[in-house]
Structure formats: structure tokens, C-alpha cells
Design a protein around this ligand. Structure first.
Ligand code: NAP
Length: 494
């Protein structure tokens, strides 16, 4: 494996980024513009109806974010605007449609003739997504991105961003092994993506005939996702449809150089453009949010289990290095981007750091009172969790329900509040259960080879750092990540 300078690689390249208003995509865009302003062009595919709304989304959801503060300071507002006008093209589109839903044929032709690199970051990342939506965006979307990329006459490489949890609920060392269309999965054969689409269409038709409400259709589609995922050994529609996306990419790639990157749980930026930038309530952050704001005092999981975290800027750096390595090569690459093998952190550490942080820096609730946190009670099985909830809360809820009926709904406020809290916790637990007891470690031998190639070639390892071994977890979680999510996520969510 040989690595030339990634900075030189980026120079004069035209890159199409899908899902450009998303969390990782905007970190990627900021990084490229900051470290290599001589990039030729960035086509940013943003889910939008037309040009005007794509531009508006770019303005509101990308460039105006604090993430771009360092770049603004470096260039000044005028030069930054000039750089964006010269290099960035906002493309309204939708990856669930052919030609990525781009309606402007002139723009499509431009992309087909100019694009050197495609970075597919568009996805629905909701664990609790409707099956029809997840299948359309994650799996069919990946097919459309592949088909579009094949029409790009200069394409040097395509990077498809997947997730490490396409592994399902495996134990032990999980290797960087690709999925193949038609293979036997968890003892079950016959997974057929087109058949999955038919299952969805048939169920939707049944619901229409029944006259089901929109809400009932959403619930049924979410249940269908979990049901179909479980048949083949995945816990939810998100990871199931992402696994099918990988199969699609593998099936369609032919001799196109393709990198499949599987990040684990992506956290706030470690270093660049500044430490602690985060966006959106995702995975472990929803637990931190529930805990820090006092909505969650108890959780379940294996405290000795390893939680595989990786900062977002490292993921973006690995994308750039992997694309530089694989561009114009026949070989494809599959990379786990996580920390569980090289520098593991346990749930117990995360719990302790969160406790210390929120004890010293309590969240101040809307009524101006600091939220005092205790050390979170952690239960070791689902059965003990249900017992705990029944004794501690469900009993009170029943009592309040009766009191409410007797005293003309005088306790309605308290009742609704408690009921909402219980539902919130139960839903979170159900969604994250497979991950809280997860016993797998993500082997990253391929990614380590990428790092070794960068070290050997002495090429910009300070610019494109992605080695989790350099993370001091206590320092990062206490001084970067939690302050970051409090600043960028808690304040928006409360
Ligand atoms: N963040 C993590 O912890 C993590 C971990 C492992 C892997 N990943 C993977 O990394 C990638 C990026 O994740 P992220 O965290 O940046 O997600 P994100 O913030 O949710 O961004 C995803 C983007 O995709 C866009 N998108 C969704 N459906 C689309 C469609 N039909 N057409 C065009 N764009 C569409 C979304 O647009 P809207 O704004 O219109 O919804 C959104 O901007 C995903 O593939 C995800 O599976 C993420």
C-alpha cells in the first residue's frame, strides 16, 4: 500500500458529496476547503426540491454553523464567500431517485464529465426508522449512487460510508470482511433486496386497503423493519438496510475503485477545526442527554463492555487518506474506523466521567435550578431492568392514574410528566439494548495499514490524523466531548 500526499491528491479534484447537510459531510467539506483550497470543485448534493432551497439549506445548515468559524477567521468573510462561489456547487437532489433526483440535465452532464471522487454520506441514521424509508434511502440510495458514479467518466474512486454495526450482534473480533449478495446470513439464506422491496409494497398496499391512518402506517412500517431485520440477524432497520447497501455496492462495483468505510460510534471533533464540535442527538449522546438533564437515573448494560467511540474529524481524515490510497487502483478497500481494539474505553469509564462532569458542571433546567445527578444505577439484564421500572415507576404511575380518576384529573400534570419519562426511557432501552450488551471488537487491521502507509511515507500525518491510540479518553470525554454536546446539543434539545 502506497500513499502519496493526500493534500496533493485533493488539489484540482472535483468531488461529489451526498448528504451534504449532514454531520460528517459538513466536517468533510470544511476540512477540504480549509486544508486544500485548491480543490477544483465540490458538488454538494443536498436533499431539496430546487436550487433555491438547496442554497438556503447550505446557508442555514452548513456554512453558518460554528464549525466554519476557523475557516472564516482564516480567510475572512469576503474571501470565504469568493471561495465558495468559485468552488462549491449546491445540487438539489434525492438519492432515492434515479440520477440522484437531479433535474437539471446540464448539471448532470457537468457532474458526469467532471467528478473525480464520490463520497456517499447520505443516509437515514435513525435506528427507529420506517422500513420503507430506510430501504429507499440507505439501500436503494446506494444503488443510485453506484449507478450515477459509473456514468462519471473520470471517476478515480468512490467512498461509501457504512457503519461498523452492519456486523449485527456478533461477539469477539469482527473482521473487516465484506458482505456478498446472496450469502447465507446468520444461518438464513435467501436475502433478496428486490424481494424486500416487494414485501414493503405489499404491506403498504394492505395498510391502504385497511384504511390505516398515517400514524398506524408509520408504526406498522417500523415494526416491519425490525421484523425483517431480525429474520436475517440484525437488530434494527438502520443497520439491516446499511448492510444491504454494502451488498449492493459490492455487487455493482465491477472494476470501479471503491472504499467502504465503517465508522463505529462517531463523537464530537477531537481537534479540528476545533475540539468538541457536535451536532444532532445521536447514539451515546442521547444517553448523556437523558442523564445530564436528570431524565435518566438508571440504565442497563455491561459496565465492563467496551463502547467503541471515534471522533468525527478522525473519520473524515480516514476518508481522505483512503480515497488517496485507492484512487485509480483496481483494489477496493474495506475499513473499520473505531477504537475498540487499539484504545478501548469501557462503559464504566464513560459513566464515571459523566458523573464527575455533571457533578461539577450541573445542567441548569428551564426553571433555573441545577440538575443534581447521582451515579447512574446500571442494571445487568433486561429482566432486572423491567423489575426496577415496575417497582420504581410503573407502580407510582398506576397510583397516579387512580388518584387522577378519583380527584378529577388533579394529578394530570404529574401523571403525564412521569408517563412521558417512562416512555422515553423504555424506548431508548429497546433501541440501544443490542449495543449496550455488545460484545464485539472491531478489528481494524486494514485501517492500521492505512495509518502505516501514511507514517512510512511521512505524508501529512499531522493534517490527516486518525489514530485512536492518541486519545486520552478521560481528557477527551471530560474536557472536549461532554462540554461540546452540552454546548451544541443540550441547549438545542431543552
Ligand atoms: N454519526 C454516526 O455516529 C455514524 C456512525 C457510523 C456510520 N455513520 C454513517 O455516516 C454517514 C453520515 O452520517 P451522519 O452522522 O453525518 O448522518 P446525518 O447527519 O444524519 O446526515 C445524513 C445526511 O443524508 C441526507 N439524506 C437522507 N436522505 C437523503 C436522500 N434521500 N437524498 C439525499 N440526501 C439524503 C440527510 O438529509 P436531510 O438533512 O434532508 O435529512 C442528511 O443531511 C451515514 O451513512 C451513516 O450511516 C454515521
Amino acid at each position: 500500500m502506497k500513499l502519496e500526499s493526500p493534500l496533493q491528491f485533493l488539489e484540482d479534484k472535483t468531488i461529489l458529496v451526498t448528504g451534504a447537510a449532514g454531520f460528517l459531510a459538513k466536517i468533510f467539506v470544511e476540512k477540504v476547503l480549509r486544508v486544500q483550497p485548491r480543490v477544483k470543485k465540490l458538488f454538494l448534493l443536498i436533499r431539496a426540491e430546487d436550487d433555491k432551497s438547496a442554497k438556503l439549506r447550505f446557508q442555514d445548515e452548513v456554512i453558518s454553523k460554528e464549525l466554519f468559524r476557523v475557516l472564516k477567521e482564516k480567510l475572512g468573510a469576503v474571501k470565504l464567500n469568493a471561495l465558495i462561489s468559485e468552488k462549491v456547487v449546491m445540487v438539489p437532489g434525492d438519492i432515492t431517485c434515479e440520477d440522484l433526483g437531479v433535474k437539471d440535465s446540464f448539471l448532470i452532464e457537468q457532474m458526469w464529465s467532471q467528478v473525480d471522487v464520490v463520497v456517499n454520506l447520505a443516509a437515514t441514521t435513525n435506528f427507529d426508522e420506517r422500513y420503507d424509508v430506510a430501504l429507499n434511502v440507505n439501500t436503494l440510495g446506494a444503488r443510485h449512487v453506484m449507478e450515477f458514479s459509473k456514468k462519471c467518466s473520470n471517476l478515480a474512486v468512490l467512498v461509501h460510508v457504512s457503519t461498523a454495526y452492519v456486523s449485527g450482534e456478533r461477539e469477539g473480533l469482527i473482521h473487516e470482511r465484506p458482505y456478498r449478495m446472496g450469502e447465507t446470513l446468520n444461518g438464513v439464506s435467501g436475502l433478496d433486496i428486490d424481494a424486500e422491496r416487494r414485501v414493503v409494497e405489499e404491506r403498504l398496499e394492505e395498510l391502504r386497503v385497511e384504511g390505516a391512518s398515517d400514524k398506524a402506517i408509520t408504526i406498522a412500517m417500523k415494526e416491519l423493519g425490525i421484523e425483517r431485520a431480525k429474520i436475517y440477524g440484525w437488530p434494527n432497520a438502520y443497520v439491516f438496510t446499511k448492510a444491504m447497501a454494502e451488498m449492493t455496492v459490492g455487487h455493482l462495483k465491477g472494476d470501479m475503485p471503491v472504499v467502504t468505510l465503517r465508522p463505529t460510534i462517531v463523537t464530537s471533533t477531537f481537534k479540528e477545526p476545533f475540539p468538541g464540535w457536535a451536532e444532532g442527538v445521536r447514539t451515546v449522546d442521547s444517553l448523556a442527554l437523558g442523564y445530564g438533564t436528570g431524565r435518566m437515573t438508571c440504565f442497563l448494560g455491561d459496565l465492563n463492555g467496551i463502547v467503541d467511540l471515534i471522533p468525527a474529524d478522525m473519520v473524515v481524515n480516514s476518508i481522505v487518506v483512503a480515497m488517496a490510497v485507492h484512487a485509480n487502483q483496481r483494489s477496493s478497500g474495506l475499513y473499520h474506523m473505531g477504537s475498540s481494539v487499539r484504545n478501548p474505553i469501557r462503559y464504566a469509564d464513560l459513566r464515571d466521567y459523566a458523573y464527575h462532569y455533571f457533578t461539577v458542571n450541573p445542567w441548569v433546567s428551564k426553571d433555573g435550578k441545577p440538575v443534581r445527578v447521582g451515579k447512574m444505577t446500571v442494571l445487568k439484564s433486561m429482566a432486572s431492568f423491567h423489575r426496577y421500572m415496575a417497582i420504581r415507576y410503573t407502580f407510582w404511575l398506576k397510583g397516579l392514574e387512580m388518584a387522577n380518576a378519583v380527584f378529577c384529573r388533579s394529578f394530570q400534570g404529574t401523571y403525564s410528566n412521569l408517563s412521558r419519562k417512562i416512555k422515553f426511557v423504555m424506548r431508548l432501552v429497546e433501541l440501544y439494548r443490542p449495543y449496550l450488551f455488545f460484545k464485539g471488537l472491531f478489528d481494524d487491521s486494514n485501517t492500521e495499514k492505512l495509518r502505516a502507509a501514511a507514517m512510512e511515507g511521512e505524508v501529512e500525518t499531522d493534517v490527516f490524523y486518525f489514530d485512536p491510540k492518541c486519545i486520552d479518553w478521560e481528557d477527551y470525554v471530560m474536557n472536549t466531548h461532554i462540554p461540546g454536546i452540552v454546548k451544541y446539543i443540550f441547549k438545542r434539545s431543552n
